[in-house]
Write a protein that binds this ligand. Structure first.
Ligand code: PHE
Length: 337
């Protein structure tokens, strides 16, 4: 092979190298110690001086050309590789983002806020009380006799007694202790709404060991059961956003009210349509309770009610099992967002 053929061969072989590694391998075939050019170089010795000079110069030119070809091809391959990577790793910055889903209130929290807003609208104060209560506030001050079944170990979570006072402590079984706390801290006329968690050893489709109540108390010099009915029906109409709520007041008993009633509401939707569900206890505040509030029962009177927030929420949406509220399943909760 003469120099021109070697250069042409190199151009051909380099062009066929598809990546840098095979190109570097091909380089040895032409410029290496045993490469085509070196082999030709060895034949120079057999030539006379003039021819050797001429051929030597041609070979140097050829070597230079091969090196240029190599460099050019290397550049081309590098650029192609970069181009391939840019295409493969391309990010379309014009695509819409994944976004952050907006959160929403839990349906029970939503009912809680709705209740507060409705009562705030008719002049009630909003108050908040402890979930760990004393036996006195939760039971005794509410006229619950020592041997009342509600105090038993079966439906109350007792915890260790208060270290300093030795008083028995428990997770409040209802929000009614807030009646005592609030009335002892404010002078009548007073109107207060308080909501929060309550605890009982209880669990089925309409009971959970932890549930929410909303409690109302109104104390003044003249307040009858008629006002209780009026206020409560107003609340239900606002809460359910309809005038034709079907409710009934059933005579009942609570140690802290006299007379007492349970308020039932009719399910309008779902499997239980037509069935009544108790939503609230209520009644006129018992004179002994007024006394424990530090008020004169001869002068003051009032009414109270305590409603289950889960129950109200079940009725509002036609939910049939209260335990769904506490499972945290987004598929369930999403429906009310
Ligand atoms: N505290 C009662 C309960 O949890 C409800 C109630 C509240 C009844 C206020 C009368 C007055 O069942």
């Amino acid at each position: 092979m003469n120099v021109e053929q070697i250069v042409a061969h190199a151009r051909d072989v380099f062009a066929k190298a598809e990546d840098i590694a095979s190109l570097e391998n091909a380089k040895a075939r032409f410029l290496g110690k045993t490469g085509e050019l070196s082999t030709l170089l060895k034949t120079l010795g057999a030539l006379d001086i003039a021819a050797r000079k001429r051929e030597g110069a041609r070979m140097n030119v050829a070597k230079q050309q091969i090196e240029d070809l190599l460099r050019a091809r290397r550049e081309t391959l590098k650029r192609a590789l970069m181009q391939r990577r840019l295409t493969a790793e391309a990010i379309d910055v014009t695509l819409p983002g994944r976004g952050i889903g907006p959160g929403a209130l839990h349906p029970v929290m939503n009912s809680w806020e709705r209740a507060e807003n409705i009562f705030r609208g008719i002049g009630f104060d909003i108050a908040d009380g402890p979930e760990i209560e004393t036996e006195w506030t939760n039971f005794t001050a509410l006229n619950s006799p020592e041997n009342h079944p509600a105090r038993s170990m079966q439906d109350t979570f007792y915890i260790d007694a208060h270290r300093a006072t030795g008083e028995r402590l428990l997770l409040r079984t209802h929000t009614s202790p807030m009646q005592i706390r609030y009335a002892r801290a404010h002078r009548p006329p007073l109107r207060v709404l308080t909501a929060g968690r309550t605890y009982r050893v209880d669990s089925d489709a309409t009971h959970a060991p932890m549930f929410h109540q909303v409690e109302g108390l109104w104390i003044d010099e003249r307040l009858s059961f008629a006002e209780l009915k009026g206020v409560y029906i107003h609340f239900l109409r606002q809460f359910f956003e309809r005038d034709d709520v079907h409710i009934r007041f059933r005579p009942s008993y609570f140690p802290f009210t006299e007379p007492s009633a349970e308020i039932d509401m009719k399910f309008e939707q779902g499997r239980y349509a037509g069935r009544w569900l108790e939503v609230s206890g209520a009644g006129q505040v018992h004179p002994n309770v007024l006394h424990n509030m530090g008020l004169d029962p001869e002068r003051y009177m009032g009414f109270a009610f305590g409603s289950g927030l889960e129950r109200l929420t079940m009725l509002r949406y036609g939910i049939e099992d209260l335990r769904l509220f506490f499972e945290g399943d987004v598929r369930f909760l999403k429906q009310f967002a």
